[in-house]
Write a protein that binds this ligand. Structure first.
Ligand SMILES: *Cc1c(COP(=O)(O)O)cnc(C)c1O
Length: 389
């Protein structure tokens, strides 16, 4: 049976070139990068090259890149690190209602430990407003954390404007750029951010590797305590092969950014056009223009997203409903809820995310199966066509 993977926002396959570059670091260049003999220095050279490549992708200095075990660790580190470092200045943090759980759950943890968090609302497209941020900043605000691209609906936030508002008030600014990396251009200096989180497995690199960009001159409380790795800022023997893979994936992402964006956008628009013409009662969630090039988040009236997911899976197609992590909460998605999507539409929402290995044939196949699946589910639905479902 044909297999089509349309969940690139959840994770991506590792590219062959990336695996090839990683392999020798398991079996041949296995020295500890902290060791001073040649095999250790060789491993250290691999780390240095990867650091340069990741820095290049976001126009940073290699000295501003600190490798972590994942994007989640980078998010935890910056929130808890700034909270601890600046606790004498204040205990107020500002974020948005549509952040990834790596941010939201860390904020909840900090709230239990005496910090106060303001969760900014977003508009119907998912945008955080710079004016609302301005109003929320207080004398005791120590950090603003707003994601660059939303992982569910793909909306691209106005990070430059938001960071400028924070800077004008002397408040540090962090952005979770895990979904943005390799999918839209990033220039940390131009954006004016102080911290930025990244993850390798969303850009065709390995799982279990991330990084935090920390602007030169800044220093926050460490998250991992132990050895002197990562310029004494992140302890633990480095995942050398993984980091080398992250570096290669970053290099490829930088080289292919323009064509990658154009290809994804073309396929995505082609797919949306097919959905719109073949299926009635559909709604695109998130901004139509300022959007991740590979993201389509669609609500189908009268049916359950989970049912669509299962029936597509039976056809060899992998998609996601809302965020994988929110399946246990009462509202299917805190993001769609914040956008004001009514619960009835929210229930019938599917996220399709396209990537580098998606073909036009894949989209034709998925559009075809999807049309039949929606028709079938609506036939079974007791409320089809009823007002106010
Ligand atoms: C995937 C993701 C994360 C978490 O990254 P991991 O490396 O999987 O821990 C954080 N933020 C966003 C926006 C993500 O999409």
């Amino acid at each position: 049976m044909k297999q089509v993977y349309l969940d690139y926002a959840a994770t991506t396959p590792v590219k062959e070139e990336v695996v090839r570059e990683m392999l020798p670091y398991y079996t041949e260049v296995y020295g500890n990068p902290s060791s001073l003999y040649s095999p250790g220095l060789e491993a250290k050279a691999g780390l240095d090259e990867a650091r340069k490549r990741v820095a290049d992708l976001i126009k940073a200095d290699p000295k501003e890149i600190f490798f972590t075990s994942c994007g989640t660790e980078a998010d935890n580190w910056v929130l808890e690190g700034v909270a601890d470092s600046l606790k004498d200045k204040g205990k107020h943090i500002i974020t948005s209602r549509i952040e990834h759980h790596a941010i939201l759950h860390t904020c909840e943890y900090l709230e239990k430990h005496g910090y106060e968090v303001t969760y900014l609302d977003v508009d119907g497209d998912g945008f955080v407003s710079p004016e609302a941020l301005e109003k929320a900043i207080r004398d005791d605000t120590i950090l603003v954390s707003i994601m660059m691209v939303n992982n569910e609906v793909g909306t691209i936030e106005p990070i430059r404007e938001l960071a400028a508002v924070a800077k004008a008030r002397g408040v540090l600014f962090h952005t979770d750029a895990v979904q943005a990396l390799g999918n839209i251009p990033i220039d940390v200096k131009d954006l004016g951010v102080d911290f930025l989180s990244m993850s390798a497995h969303k850009i065709y690199g390995p799982k279990g590797v991330g990084a935090l960009y920390m602007r030169k001159g800044l220093r926050i409380t460490n998250y991992m305590h132990g050895g002197a790795q990562e310029s004494k800022r992140r302890a633990g023997t480095e995942n050398v092969a993984g980091i080398v893979g992250f570096g290669k994936a970053a290099e490829l992402a930088g080289q292919n950014l323009e064509s990658h964006m154009a290809d994804l956008r073309e396929l995505r628009d082609y797919f949306w056009e097919k959905i719109r013409t073949n299926i009635t009662g559909v709604q695109l969630n998130g901004s139509a223009e300022k959007r991740h090039p590979g993201n389509l988040n669609v609500s189908f009236d009268y049916i359950e997203g989970e049912a669509i997911l299962l029936m597509l899976d039976a056809g060899g197609i992998s998609v996601s409903t809302g965020s994988a992590c929110s399946s246990k909460s009462l509202v299917p998605s805190h993001v769609l809820d914040a956008l004001g999507v009514p619960i009835t539409k929210m229930n019938g929402t599917v996220r399709f995310t396209i990537g580098d290995f998606t073909t036009k044939e894949d989209i034709d196949y998925v559009a075809d199966v999807l049309t039949k699946v929606v028709e079938r589910l609506r036939e079974l639905s007791p409320v089809t066509g009823q007002e106010g479902w």
